[in-house]
Design a protein around this ligand. Structure first.
Ligand SMILES: *[C@@H]1O[C@H](CO)[C@@H](O)[C@H](O)[C@H]1NC(C)=O
Ligand SMILES: *[C@@H]1O[C@H](CO)[C@@H](O)[C@H](O)[C@H]1NC(C)=O
Length: 217
């Protein structure tokens, strides 16, 4: 009994010492850990998306300068969907084919800020898609992988399982203004509008709100 008591006393002492050491290590690591590179104010990316086996390609035109963000989503052998988001919270989801579908939504937040990854927790390095990446996690909603050498995004995964692979990353590329015009039938009275899921695109609106909220804290 006595031996056991002193053993547990020793274990407790070791635990306290180890605990103290790990606090120091964590503080040192926090001071040194890499930060995610803010998004360029304007870029174009082609994204390969795998959402539980449903594949799509997204043309992403991020344009913070003009307060707008565009996801042009081609589902594999399926629809071509346009997901246009303005920084005033208005989004349009539409097709440009003969079905003339359109739905709009009003969110209480605008598009992602260039620094939307601020405050993400650094998880270390990992090889993804053949690139050595720094990895961060943001509020349990997204895991983000950035190339260690070029600082370009390579991959991100949402908690929903939506998995994004960055195929191209053209910094400074801007889509011409005329292409940002939602079609006329988006502005007519709701009559023949299709029942769209709001989560088309590379980012669920709800997720956008959460990430924006956490960035503003
Ligand atoms: C898509 O993801 C699923 C897992 O959800 C995986 O089994 C499948 O191989 C992936 N497909 C491609 C083309 O990456
Ligand atoms: C937001 O901006 C877009 C583009 O200028 C416009 O079509 C939309 O009506 C605006 N929404 C609001 C709520 O002002």
């Amino acid at each position: 009994m006595k031996a056991m008591a002193s053993t547990s006393g020793l274990l407790l002492l070791l635990a306290v010492v180890a605990g103290g050491t790990s606090v120091l290590t964590a503080a040192a690591a926090a001071a040194e850990s890499p930060k995610p590179t803010p998004w360029p104010h304007q870029f174009h990316s082609i994204l390969f998306v795998n959402y539980s086996g449903s594949l799509s390609l997204i043309d992403l035109w991020y344009d913070w300068t003009n307060g707008r963000n565009f996801n042009i989503v081609q589902d594999q052998l399926g629809k071509l969907l346009y997901d246009l988001e303005w920084n005033n919270g208005t989004s349009f989801f539409y097709t440009l084919d003969s079905t003339k579908e359109c739905r709009s939504a009003q969110l209480d937040v605008g598009i992602l800020r260039p620094n939307w990854l601020d405050g993400a927790v650094y998880l270390g390095q990992e090889n993804v898609d053949g690139f050595l990446c720094n990895v961060w996690q943001k509020v349990d909603f997204i895991w983000y992988y950035e190339d260690v050498i070029t600082n370009r995004p390579v991959h991100w995964v949402f908690y929903t399982g939506r998995s994004i692979h960055v195929m191209t990353f053209e910094v400074g590329a801007v889509l011409e203004d005329a292409k940002w015009q939602a079609p006329l039938y988006c502005f007519k009275k709701k009559d023949t509008q299709a029942d769209y899921k709001l989560d088309v695109g590379y980012l669920e609106p709800q997720l956008q709100s959460i990430l924006r909220a956490s960035t503003q804290l």
